[in-house]
Design a binder for this molecule. Structure first.
Ligand SMILES: O=P(O)(O)OC[C@H]1O[C@H](OP(=O)(O)OP(=O)(O)O)[C@H](O)[C@@H]1O
Ligand SMILES: NC(=O)CC[C@H](N)C(=O)O
Ligand SMILES: [Mg+2]
Length: 514
């Protein structure tokens, strides 16, 4: 779940893109990139590993000129996390296209082979996003137009939907012509768009989350529908078309649990309200399981569980205390690459206020338990701070299946709840009592707000993969390739720095790529 953004403006869009990426930073901390384009077709790019504030210097911003542009913050789900895989990716034919992608493709290997053998295209990295870019470029090339019209762009997106399977929200810049954005036919990954009136005319923006539009003063028009594409020309004409034959709206429910900011609205669902309802439903379950519970205090694990924790505490009539204080300079742990870094960060990030724990029966609330990295350490901290009993509630059900649509959970082995009973997980994390949200309750928490969304991608909880092409065989292969990847990574780390892959269009200083 990376963050993507695209703006078609009436003046330089570089600082707007930068601001939008800082707002979407919670969706990816590994790399960031911006590509802009001027009316004469000149494209400029800056991308590198790091947070937005570290990747773009004044000297870069000054040279990222142009009225249209796209940006990306990356959380790796495919390929390595090196600088060559930072996005947007660029291909020079046809027209010059840069593309940024949130999601993960299920059939990237097959497509990669097809691109090489049939489409005669070279993909230089193991990024599925580079594959996606080349499929789109090929489909657009097939239209054979010197100046592409909206129907050519839409025909290319139709071609993409026919060939590609997985979760994908995409924004692409076509040099000289405009920006196209599209979403997979199941609407797994989020994408919204909006407009803003300026003294020079109307400007458009597409982004992963509505909060980016809010902060930049754009008015939300709505979500890009599953399978739909929108094309905004350089001079600001907006065109929309449904480009998939069969569509369904099944957004990833984990966005509501963890990924999205609570102040975002996705497919009409307020993430904040969904989290409040998650807390209330969890509270009902607690009251049902233990009507005479002895919880003295509810303490959330910051940041993502705060909203659910507060609603839960209110409903069970127990005080809510911020007993764990977060270091605001440490990022999100779950989306960091590598278990060692994740483990170390939990302690750096969170510190208990002893007074809130000493002698009390504490209910810790988190939005989810995935690898168990966070809860194991926090429960230990709570005990060291003198808690009498440590109970643990998760606002999501047990995560037991891998994710293949844009969350980096490719193997079951790393999931603490996989192959363990409820009681075994409780013992493994060291809690005195463990409560998981019921899946139907979680779905209801997202559906109850009246948005009309009733189906969700819940594969990590129920193992049902919406694209229909993910079976045991596929998951076994994925798991095996991940193991190979790890071995390769270790070897790579040992290798000299100059041997690690570098990007084709990324020399860092010369921003113009043609
Ligand atoms: O079981 P785990 O593998 O530890 O994963 C789950 C934890 O990771 C996330 O927190 P994170 O620190 O990433 O972000 P947050 O500050 O938004 O809560 C999530 O909110 C849980 O706390
Ligand atoms: N989290 C994402 O959306 C990742 C996008 C893409 N699969 C990558 O690894 O770069
Ligand atoms: Mg957390």
């Amino acid at each position: 779940m990376c963050g993507i953004v695209g703006i078609v403006g009436k003046r330089d869009v570089n600082t707007q893109l930068y601001d939008a990426l800082t707002i979407l930073q919670h969706r990816g901390q590994d790399a960031a990139g911006i590509v802009t384009c001027q009316g004469n077709g000149k494209v400029a790019q800056q991308k590198a590993n790091g947070l937005v504030r570290d990747v773009f210097r004044t000297r870069h911003m000054q040279r990222l000129v142009g009225n249209i542009g796209i940006g990306h913050v990356r959380y790796p789900t495919a390929g390595s996390s090196g600088p060559a895989l930072a996005q947007p990716f660029y291909v020079n034919s046809p027209y010059g296209i840069a593309l940024a992608h949130n999601g993960n493709l299920v059939n990237a290997d097959k497509l990669s082979e097809e691109l090489f053998k049939t489409d005669l295209r070279h993909v230089n990295t193991d990024s599925d996003s580079e594959v996606l870019l080349n499929v789109f470029a090929h489909e657009l090339q097939q239209q054979g137009k010197l100046i592409p019209a909206e129907q050519d762009i839409f025909a290319a997106v139709e071609g993409v939907h026919k060939r590609v399977s997985g979760g994908y929200a995409v924004v692409a810049l076509i040099a000289r012509y405009g920006i196209v954005a599209f979403r997979d036919p199941n609407g797994i990954r989020p994408l919204v768009y909006g407009k803003r009136m300026t003294d020079k005319g109307e400007e458009y923006m597409v982004a992963s989350e509505s909060v980016a539009l809010d902060v930049l003063g754009f008015e939300l028009i709505g979500d890009v529908a599953p399978g739909e594409a929108i094309y905004i020309t350089f001079d600001g004409q907006l065109h929309r078309k449904q480009c998939a034959e069969k569509t369904a709206l099944t957004p990833c429910i984990f966005e509501h649990v963890y990924f999205a900011r609570p102040d975002s609205i996705m497919d009409g669902v307020s993430v904040y309200k969904a989290r409040l309802r998650q807390g209330e439903k969890l509270a009902e379950q607690i009251l049902q399981e233990r009507p005479n519970h002895d919880i003295d205090v509810v303490i959330p694990i910051p940041d993502s569980s705060r909203v659910a924790g507060q609603a839960l505490a209110y409903k069970i009539g127990v005080k809510f205390r911020e007993g764990l204080i977060k270091n605001r300079y440490i990022g999100r742990t779950f989306i960091m690459p590598g278990q060692q870094m994740r483990k170390k960060s939990v302690r750096q990030k969170l510190n208990p206020i002893e007074l809130e724990f000493r002698g009390k029966n504490v209910l810790l609330v988190d939005d989810s338990i995935v690898r168990g990295t966070t809860c194991q350490q926090i429960i230990q901290m709570a005990r060291e701070a003198g808690a009498a009993k440590v109970y643990f509630a998760s606002a999501a059900p047990a995560v037991v299946y891998p994710n293949v649509y844009g969350i980096d959970m490719p193997t079951t082995k790393e999931l603490i709840a996989h192959g363990r009973s409820h009681q075994e997980v409780c013992e493994e994390i060291g809690a005195d009592w463990l409560i998981y949200q019921d899946l139907e309750d979680l779905k209801a928490a997202s559906a109850d707000g009246g948005s009309g969304v009733t189906e969700f991608d819940c594969a990590v909880f129920d193992g049902e993969y919406i694209t229909g092409d993910v079976d045991k065989d596929y998951l076994d292969k994925l798991e095996a390739s991940r193991k190979e990847g790890k071995v390769k990574k270790k070897k790579e780390l040992r290798a000299k720095e100059e041997e690690s892959p570098i990007g084709l269009h990324n020399d860092g200083e010369d921003l113009h790529i043609h």
